[in-house]
Every structure is written in C-alpha cells, then in structure tokens.
Write a protein that binds this ligand. Sequence first.
Ligand SMILES: [Zn+2]
Ligand SMILES: [Zn+2]
Length: 260
Amino acid sequence: MVKGKRIKEGNFIKFLGTAGARFVMIKQLRASGGIWIKANNVNILIDPGPGSIVRCASSKPKLDPCQLDAIILTHRHLDHSNDVNVMIEAMTGGGFKKRGFLFLPQDAIENDSLVLKHALNFVGSVEFLKEKTDYKIGAFNFTTGPRNVHPVETYGLKFIINKKNISLIGDTAFYPEILDFFKSDILIINTVFYEPRPNVQHLSFEEAKQIISKLRPKTTILTHFGMTMLRAKPHILVENLKQELNLDIVAAYDGMSIFP
Ligand SMILES: [Zn+2]
Ligand SMILES: [Zn+2]
C-alpha cells in the first residue's frame, strides 16, 4: 500500500519533529512538532513542540489537528509543549466543543501553567500522569513508566499497536530500571547527546547502545537529537550500530512514518 493511503486508513506513528534540546529546536535544525499516533481510529499527539501545528498542515497527507482525540505532554519543557494551547483549540473545534483528553504531569500546570486557563476549560478530560499507571483514550491504552530522571516531572510511555509492544523512553538520564521496564518490539529512544554528559539529564548515543544491546528490540528508533548527535550524523552512527548489534535500528527524520 502506498504511504499516503496507509496514513489515511491505517495505524501509524509519524515523527513531526526530531529536534532534541534547546539549540536544535531554536535554530530549527530539526523540526519540533512531536509524534502523531493513530491507532484503532484514535488520534494522539505526543509533545507538540514549537511549530507542531505548522508541521501538521505541511504533512503529506495533511494531518488535521481537529481530528485529535488526545494530547499527551510528557513534560513541561518547551520543545515538548510549546504548541499545546493551539492544539487544544484545534482538538476542541476552536473551543466550541468540549472534548478530547489532555494528559500531563501535574507540574506542567501547577504554579507557572503551560496551559492557558480558558484552553484548559475546553478539554473534555484533563488527567495527570503518574508513574506506572494505565490510561485509556477510547480504544487506545497506554502505561507510564517509572519517573524519569530529568529536571522536571516526566515519564516514558508504553502502548500496543497491531499487537506490537511499543515504548517511548522520553527525556531522562540513564537509570537501571530502563533495562527492564521498556522491553518492547519497537523502542523509541530520545538520544540527545553523542557522548554521555553526567551533569545533564539526557541519554547519549553510548547509553542508547547499552539499552539496545540489553533489550534487543526488533526495531529501535533514535530521535530527539541535540547538536552533538547531529554533528556525528545519526544515519551513519545507526548504520554502524545496526551491523555491530545485528538489529534493525533507524535514525528518525522529520516527517518519517512507521507502520507497526
Ligand atoms: Zn526534550
Ligand atoms: Zn526535557
């Protein structure tokens, strides 16, 4: 089936952006639109960073944010959340239809709220993410991981599409439970740095390699690249790693879709 038709009719995961960390996002060396998932006719947008709405409109075929059933913010950092208000407007038909789900950690709207008060009122159901908890959006279920190691509250996600277990580790420093909790058929790793930087709570390519060697997923997708990863050329790193580990490993690019 051709790609456009598969996006219109089937289940898919589309990377509207692959930028990780501040400078790749600010310079838009990679887009920061988040990840759109369609599964069992449920449309979910994870982490709508800056330009997410533009990336939806310029997708081929177009992705219509008015069709969204849920928005998941893994955490409050801007590269994951900047477009949340406009996406809520879209999901709720310009604010005229109270509908849809918004999932986010409590610290995203406590004190300095990312979500405008009036936008929050448009949403059908606002649910706080907690660790290792199950959530339901119609026919789509997901589970959060342990609390990640990051300066703000955030969790990885696990879900099933077409009987495949899929994990998104999210932004975090390495912690041992990753090697147990995120075992899956398709593993998505936010790989911000090329080499580990002990004082900054993000995964590096070196750590991603350890995780892949241990979990041996059928397919691994590296995304959320920072400057040092882009300089090291993710597609070349991945090509070498594939041969070394004899596993399917992909470097995500803006606009990439997979069909689990
Ligand atoms: Zn990030
Ligand atoms: Zn972050």
